[in-house]
Structures are given as C-alpha cells and as structure tokens.
Design a protein around this ligand. Structure first.
Ligand SMILES: NC(=O)C1=CN([C@@H]2O[C@H](COP(=O)(O)OP(=O)(O)OC[C@H]3O[C@@H](n4cnc5c(N)ncnc54)[C@H](OP(=O)(O)O)[C@@H]3O)[C@@H](O)[C@H]2O)C=CC1
Ligand SMILES: O=C1Nc2ccccc2C1=O
Length: 295
C-alpha cells in the first residue's frame, strides 16, 4: 500500500504561507514513514510535491533501499483547464525524470509512470512509442528501476505491448468498490498480462463528500466493520488488497495514515468479499473528470 501526495496538500495551506505549507507536507511525509510505517510514496510532476517527497526521503532516517518512490511524467494533461492539452512541463519522460531526480535530490526512482495516455500533436511533443523508448532508456541507465503507466485503457496498453522491449509493470488507475473497472476490461487485461494494478481513490465508497449516505454498500460496510472489529477504511483497503490490487491512498493526518495500516491484520472471508464486490458493482462513481477522455 502506498501513500500519495497531491498538489492539494500543498495548495490549501499555501494561500497563507507557502514555506510553512511545504514544511508541513514534508513533516507529514516523514511521519507517514516513521510513525505510520508506509514505505511507498507516490508523487508526480503535476503535483509539484516532488521536492517535499525528496526532503522526506532524505530526512526520515530510513535507508533509501527500504523505500519505494514513484513519480509520473505529465503526458498531456492541462492542469488549469482540467482537460487534455499541452502542459507547461517537459518535452518527454527522459527530460522530466532527470528534472524530477534533481528536484528530489535522489539518484533513482523505484517506479516511473506515464501519467496519462493523451499523446497527440496538440497535447505532446512526442508519440507514445517515442515516450516508451525514453522510459526504457531510463531503466537501461539505472535512473529508474521499474516503468509503467497510469490511466491507460486496454487499447492503449496493447499499443505499448506491441513495441515494448520492457513491458509496463504497473497501470495506476482509479479503482474501488464503486469503480471496479475504470475502463472496460482493464483490470482483467492487466492481470492476464502481468501488469500490476495500482488503485488511486481506493476509499471513495466511504468518503461522504463523494458518496452521499455511502450508497448501496453502506449497510454491508457497517455490518462487516462490526463483524471484523475494524474501521471502514481498513475494510475497504483490505478489499482492494484481496482483489489483487495495490492501494495508493492518502490522508492529511498521520493518525489516519496509521489507521489505514491496520488493513494488514485481518482477512475478509470469501463470502463477504463476494458480497462486497457484488453490491459495489451495482453502483458506479468516478471522482475525476479525466474518465470521460479515457474511453
Ligand atoms: N494517477 C492518477 O491519475 C492519480 C493518482 N492519485 C494518487 O492517489 C493518491 C490517493 O488518491 P485519493 O483520491 O486522495 O484517494 P483516497 O480514496 O485514498 O482518499 C483519501 C482521502 O480519504 C479521506 N478519508 C479517509 N478516511 C475517511 C473517512 N473515514 N471519512 C471521510 N474521509 C476519509 C482522507 O481525508 P483526510 O485527509 O481528512 O484524512 C483523504 O483525503 C493521491 O495522493 C495520488 O498520489 C490520485 C488521483 C489520480
Ligand atoms: O492526484 C491527482 N489529481 C488529479 C486530477 C486530474 C488528473 C490527474 C490527477 C492526479 O494524479
């Protein structure tokens, strides 16, 4: 399980004091490692949190080899407009990664992802094929240990598999009980092709600002948290894990981050796992406008 760090963490507080917001985020990330026990941190070029992730890694006192640091190349997402477009960032993943390592004061990343599949002359200076070749070069030069993608559907994955010398190891997608397939068949395809699925927004079903009254799963979640003596987030994260997917979650507090890690200390029985999956699949929700551009 990983903990993420988006621009939101920094921006809320930054309105008043940017330096303090950056320091608070760095401290939260140190706490996520030393207090909560996370070893996997997720960042991205678009989050603008790479410097804080780097500082936390270098400050936490845990050996670099015990940590798993992921970042992502912004391939065609126009942040201010919230839609595909040409971002004001690097021309390709090679240049982007070199800059990311500098920002983080790190010598390598454990995982580097192409953040979006929005390759086109309007959105990117290179094609998906050229970008993937650059990703492979990063592995060959030891700058990243593993490469993958994010928000890729089956046909975009097939495009890479056709030309890849090194296959994508990961596809990070929005995934939870209320979104068991961000795009049709993508989870099954990844499993069949040995591509590990990472879930962002794994906690959607229990976030009231996203799902009013919890949706159809609410009574079952209540029943199962009582039965197993766990919290809602632990139950929901455990379901993600038992479905063969790695959750990438986050919180603004170290206490909640620690609570999440309680998902490792129990197991959902097969019948309950199936009930959760079945009821969850009767309702569909996405928290991101990005999904309409992925079909
Ligand atoms: N590849 C991609 O395109 C994307 C990647 N990501 C990555 O995934 C990470 C996680 O994404 P995110 O969507 O935030 O995922 P989550 O589903 O893990 O949501 C995290 C939020 O859940 C809230 N929460 C936890 N427990 C409860 C509860 N019991 N009641 C109410 N709220 C609760 C936390 O609030 P609080 O802070 O108050 O504890 C936190 O803000 C990101 O940080 C990023 O690294 C995210 C989006 C897209
Ligand atoms: O964390 C994220 N928030 C986003 C919003 C839109 C597109 C991508 C992302 C992220 O990766």
């Amino acid at each position: 399980m990983g903990t993420g760090t988006t621009q939101v963490h920094k921006k809320i507080a930054a309105k008043e004091n940017v330096a303090k917001a950056c320091e608070d985020l760095t401290q939260l990330l140190v706490d996520s490692i030393t207090y909560a026990g996370f070893t996997h941190l997720d960042t991205a070029e678009v989050y603008t949190t790479e410097p804080e992730v780097g500082k936390a890694v270098n400050r936490c006192g845990v050996d670099r080899s015990k940590l798993w640091i992921t970042s992502k190349y912004n391939s065609g997402w126009d942040i201010p407009r919230g839609k595909p477009g040409k971002p004001p960032f690097s021309s390709g993943p090679y240049e982007a990664l070199v800059k990311s390592l500098e920002k983080m004061s790190l010598s390598y990343l454990d995982l580097y992802l192409i953040h979006f599949p929005f390759f086109s002359p309007e959105n990117t200076e290179i094609t998906l094929e050229e970008a993937w070749k650059q990703m492979e070069r990063l592995v060959e030069e030891g700058k990243v240990r593993n490469i993958g993608v994010s928000n890729f559907n089956v046909s975009k994955l097939e495009e890479i598999l056709k030309i890849a010398k090194i296959k994508p190891q990961v596809n990070q997608i929005e995934y939870n009980l209320y979104l068991q397939n961000q795009t049709p068949g993508v989870v099954k395809f990844c499993k069949e092709n040995d591509i590990l699925v990472e879930a962002y927004s794994p906690l959607t079903p229990i976030i009231p600002s996203k799902i009013k009254d919890g949706g159809p799963l609410d009574p079952l979640i209540h029943e199962l948290t009582e039965k197993y003596g766990v919290t809602k987030s632990q139950l929901i994260l455990r379901w993600v894990y038992q479905s063969g997917v790695v959750a990438v979650t986050t919180s603004s507090t170290k206490e909640r981050l620690k609570e999440y890690t309680g998902m490792t200390s129990f197991e959902i029985e097969d019948d309950d796992f199936k009930k959760l999956s079945d009821v969850g699949s009767t309702f569909n929700f996405t928290g991101f406008s990005i999904i309409k551009f992925l079909q």
